[in-house]
Design a protein around this ligand. Structure first.
Ligand SMILES: NC(=O)c1ccc[n+]([C@@H]2O[C@H](COP(=O)([O-])OP(=O)(O)OC[C@H]3O[C@@H](n4cnc5c(N)ncnc54)[C@H](OP(=O)(O)O)[C@@H]3O)[C@@H](O)[C@H]2O)c1
Length: 285
């Protein structure tokens, strides 16, 4: 497995396994299957409601802790002003307990909403104490990312954002590179939207390498140095998604895929007031 080196020297596998929308009852089996297929990097969140099942799979696998890279995410804290830092620490402890771990490899602020400056101050402490080897953010647009960097001590190691062939984030990535922030894709397949899995261009490129559309997409992202965390509940797809390092897309193929970019989200915009309010009203700690 290829690794990327984060801005604090921590090594992160460039390909991992995401568990969003896997029902809690199915998560342990899915993660056990992913670990059996070779995945060593897992991505969950307090908001997914399946941290305990991820932890149970880790325990059942018997894989040494230091051989795994585990990420979870902090949901928006709702405490009155002044206690968000304490609540962040409490949420972190709850996540660790549900996962059955005594440290995390990566802890992310899930949404750029609420008092995330206080959340970040608490996370900086967790990082300095070694409880989270790396800390980062998710869904941060460039303006929010730069503001957070410029007013804090620790630069986020990662920004996990929607990134796929229809929303490629090249400009965002360039800025992140400039500021030492690793880009990580969520929704590498756009969850199948826009008929991604039957896209004629991606299918033709796949055919030229004897690979599927899913494999082309993961190779295209990893060739751009984007960390990927595809989700699947099917072992044959888990294996397929893991098998993406034995071929290389040509420069011409990379350029052809660039033409699929629409420059817009296929899901929602974190700057849409209705969405900000809806997300802010959800409770997941
Ligand atoms: N930070 C955030 O706000 C955020 C938001 C969304 C997601 N994420 C993270 O990113 C991870 C990945 O994103 P995602 O789960 O939203 O979507 P995704 O990985 O883009 O797509 C998952 C979908 O693709 C299908 N699929 C997977 N491999 C396939 C293959 N080889 N061929 C055909 N279909 C395939 C899956 O179906 P089956 O399961 O039936 O195979 C599922 O329907 C999440 O699990 C989560 O960890 C983070």
């Amino acid at each position: 497995m290829e690794n990327v080196t984060l801005n604090n020297g921590v090594q992160m596998p460039i390909l991992g396994f995401g568990v969003y929308q896997i029902p809690d009852v199915d998560t342990q089996a899915a993660v056990e299957a992913a670990l059996a297929a070779g995945y060593r990097h897992l991505d969950t969140a307090a908001a997914y409601g399946n941290e305990e099942a991820v932890g149970a799979a880790i325990k059942a696998s018997g894989i040494a802790r230091q051989d795994l890279f585990v990420t979870t995410k902090l949901w928006i804290q709702h405490a009155p002003a002044g206690s968000v830092e304490e609540d962040t620490k409490r949420s972190f402890d709850n996540s660790l307990q549900r996962l059955g771990l005594d440290y995390l490899d990566l802890y992310l602020i899930h949404q750029p909403l609420g008092d995330y400056y206080s959340e970040w101050r608490a996370m900086q402490k967790l990082n300095m104490q070694g409880l989270a080897r790396a800390i980062g953010v998710s869904n941060f647009h460039p303006d929010r990312l730069i503001d957070l960097i410029d007013h804090n001590e620790i630069v986020p190691a990662v920004n996990q954002i929607e990134t796929h062939p229809f929303h490629q984030r090249a400009t965002d990535q360039a800025l992140m590179i400039e500021r030492g922030v690793q880009i990580e894709s969520w929704g590498p397949f756009a969850e199948g939207k826009n008929d991604l899995f039957t896209n004629p261009l991606l299918a033709a490129i796949g055919e030229s390498h004897g690979k599927s559309v899913a494999q082309v997409v993961l190779r295209w992202l990893t060739q751009r140095d984007v960390v990927v965390i595809p989700k699947s509940v099917r072992p044959e797809r888990m294996a397929q998604n893991f098998d993406v390092f034995d071929f290389t897309l040509t420069e011409d193929q990379m350029n052809q895929i660039s033409t699929l970019d629409t420059g817009a989200s296929l899901f929602f915009d974190h700057r849409d007031p209705a969405m900000v309010s809806w997300l802010g009203g959800r409770r997941n700690n």
